[in-house]
Design a protein around this ligand. Structure first.
Ligand code: TPP
Length: 344
């Protein structure tokens, strides 16, 4: 590689880099129903069902800091974030493979704890561990999980199906994981000095829990099924709400109107954000790691969704030409841009 041909990864960003690296790969097999560009790949399985495949990697120093992340939680989280991608396709996870690159600075006991967490998540999400790889690392710990799932062909949900006027809905509450991370980062010197102290900070447990032990919202997939609602589009919220809304709009070729006042924020998230001089809405839009589901439903489903304690209508989809806006408390329109988590 010559010196003149260097392109800066930071200027491309995570998604620009993926687009560039994969642009020359064509889909050649009929069994590939959908390849790169959604939460999971979609593969032919039988007449009624697709197989879903998704991979996510957790890297020490990038995704976690072992000063305050217990190995058991790390194992659980590495499975949960992958199951979340299967959920985002309206699917059911069935199997995982786990690959780790590990330095010999870790004792076997630490890895046993990691796998305890993986096993707990396997039990919770009813998935089987069916393979993987173990190798050494000269630097940090890397955990790569692949999740395999199944979905009825008539029920698969892509990012691209949102229609104009569809309602924009999000599960649970947002911003907690990011604010939890701020608390853990602030307290990390305490954990470093006292390895016996576990992160469990008085009164701040909920947000700490959301950072250390996120759950994939398989329960929301079940609620939607009970309500007989099939979303028109869906994505999980890993990089921050703003980034995910932009993904849905881009894939569906739509605009959106999102109401700040409707964003679901837990009161502990708000008060702790303010303690850090952070705007809670900014934590929601740009924080990340909530692993909630963001989806669109037809206006006809309004009565089924409205008032449901597990989901909140935060706006609606518009034509692409109308743009993507946040409506603030003074009814001003602010163009939505993603300043969320980007790996480069
Ligand atoms: N630094 C540390 C030490 N810990 C953290 N939890 C973060 C930063 C915050 N963080 C790590 S990954 C991430 C965020 C906000 C975004 C989600 O991860 P990604 O791998 O992009 O998930 P994907 O979109 O691939 O599902």
């Amino acid at each position: 590689m010559s010196e003149e041909k260097r392109t800066d990864l930071e200027s491309l960003g995570e998604f620009g880099t993926i687009d560039l690296l994969t642009k020359n790969f064509l889909i050649t097999r009929e069994s590939t129903a959908f390849g790169i560009g959604d939460d999971a790949a979609v593969l032919e399985r039988n007449e009624e069902q697709y197989t879903l495949v998704s991979t996510d990697m957790l890297v020490e120093g990038v995704h976690f800091n072992l000063m305050y992340v217990p190995f058991k939680h790390l194992g659980y989280k590495s499975v949960a974030v992958n199951v979340s991608d299967i959920a985002a396709m309206n699917g059911t996870p069935e199997q995982i493979t786990v690959s780790i690159a590990v330095s010999n600075r870790f004792p076997l006991e630490a890895l046993e704890e990691l796998y305890d967490g993986i096993r707990l998540a396997c039990q919770h999400y009813k998935v089987d561990l069916v393979g993987g790889d173990t190798t050494s690392s000269r630097s940090g710990l890397v955990i790569s999980v692949t999740a395999i799932g199944v979905v009825d062909k008539s029920k698969v949900v892509y990012r691209s199906g949102a229609g104009t006027n569809d309602l924009l809905v999000v599960s649970g509450d947002l911003g907690a994981a990011y604010v939890g991370l701020q608390v853990l980062e602030r307290e990390k010197s305490v954990f470093q000095a006292n390895p016996d102290i576990q992160p469990d900070l008085d009164g701040k447990d909920y947000i700490i829990q959301r950072q250390l032990k996120p759950e994939a919202r398989m329960d929301v997939i079940a609620y939607l099924k009970e309500l007989e609602v099939v979303p028109t589009s869906m994505i999980d919220v890993s990089d921050g709400l703003a980034s995910e809304i932009l993904h849905l709009c881009k894939s569906s070729k739509k605009g959106a109107m999102v109401y700040n006042a409707k964003l679901p924020i837990d009161s502990l998230t708000s008060t702790t954000a303010l303690d850090f001089n952070l705007d809670p809405v900014t934590c929601v839009l740009n924080g990340g790691e909530d692993y909630e589901l963001l989806f669109t439903v037809s206006q006809n489903d309004f009565d089924k969704i409205k008032g449901n304690p597990h989901m909140t209508i935060i706006g609606y989809m518009t034509d692409a030409s109308d743009g993507i806006y946040l409506v603030d408390k003074n009814e001003s329109l602010i163009p939505l841009s993603a300043q969320g988590w980007d790996h480069f």
